[in-house]
Design a binder for this molecule. Structure first.
Ligand SMILES: [Zn+2]
Length: 285
């Protein structure tokens, strides 16, 4: 079913517009958010995350002006699948943290300021969801929140979603330790709204990051207590992963089981590493 353009393209801020891709699922919420960035009056545009290979979606991405640059928040296919198609169609270079997702351009540097489509885009390394996850801050943009003053704008990819918690993807190089550090990095940016890769605008990014980080730490403590209570040693084997998912994700939509297992494994890897480090420190003291 084709949705009217008015529903799929939303002006989130002065320079960023969301173009919702038609790929909803339990993990992807309403679908992938691609973004168009451009200064008011600019003839060219930056596309962040081309999304799935869907011709109507690509038509929308190409409708706002000449595509000058394509940016990638991370390696997952629901964000990069249409990358080559869009690059072929527009001739625009593609930039990502991982070299394998770049075309005719260099990988993104942490803290690098990109100038395109009349605006500045600050690339921030935020590994954790995957090893190559980045966020894009828009220093020229402000959002006025009714009763809440002016906020800066950050595109968060899948590092922080519009709702629910981010899955950690060990296969994509994601780790809990990196993820918690990245949440802290975003929290320190202060008054920002987040424009996520899935879901709608995050009104107070710092508060959301703090809450999520607290929830993750609580969950790690609960996991240790749960396994301890069963007399099961900390391990990353399949049985332990299944025990954790069955206990902490009871009633889970089966479509989300694999993502929950990957996240549970990432948490167990983190706990085993912490445990080993504590053991080494004890032995050395
Ligand atoms: Zn992702």
């Amino acid at each position: 079913m084709t949705r009217p353009v008015a529903e799929t393209i939303v002006n989130f801020s002065g320079t960023a517009r969301r173009v919702l891709a038609p790929n909803p699922s339990p993990a992807r919420l309403e679908g992938t958010n691609s973004f168009l960035l451009q200064a008011p009056g600019s003839r060219s545009v930056v596309v962040v995350d081309p999304g799935p290979s869907d011709s109507a979606h690509l038509d929308r991405l190409c409708s706002a002006g000449r595509v000058e640059l394509i940016l990638i928040t991370h390696r997952h296919s629901d964000h990069v699948e249409a990358m080559n198609e869009l690059a072929d169609r527009t001739g625009a270079p593609v930039r990502a943290k991982a070299g394998e997702f770049c075309r005719d351009a260099d990988p993104l540097g942490d803290g690098e300021v990109i100038r395109a489509a009349g605006i500045r885009i600050l690339s921030l390394d935020t590994p954790g969801h995957t090893g190559d996850s980045v966020c894009f801050q828009l220093p020229d943009d402000r959002v006025v929140v009714p009763g809440g003053g002016e906020f800066g704008v950050v595109l968060t990819g899948d590092t922080v979603l519009g709702r629910g918690s981010t899955a950690i993807s060990p296969h994509g190089g994601g780790t809990i330790g990196d993820f918690l550090r990245s949440l802290k990095k975003l929290e320190r940016l202060g008054g920002m709204v987040g424009l996520p890769g899935h879901g709608s605008l995050i009104p107070d990014l710092a508060a959301t990051c703090e809450r999520q980080s607290l929830r993750r730490r609580e969950r790690l403590t609960q996991m240790v207590a749960f396994l301890d209570g069963l007399g099961v040693p900390l391990s990353t084997d399949d049985e332990t992963v299944a025990l954790i998912v069955d206990h902490f994700n009871a009633g889970l939509d089966p479509a989300l089981r694999r993502a929950a297992e990957a996240s549970a494994r990432a948490q167990l890897i983190h706990l085993v590493e912490e445990n080993d480090a504590a053991q080494r420190a004890l032995e050395e003291s």
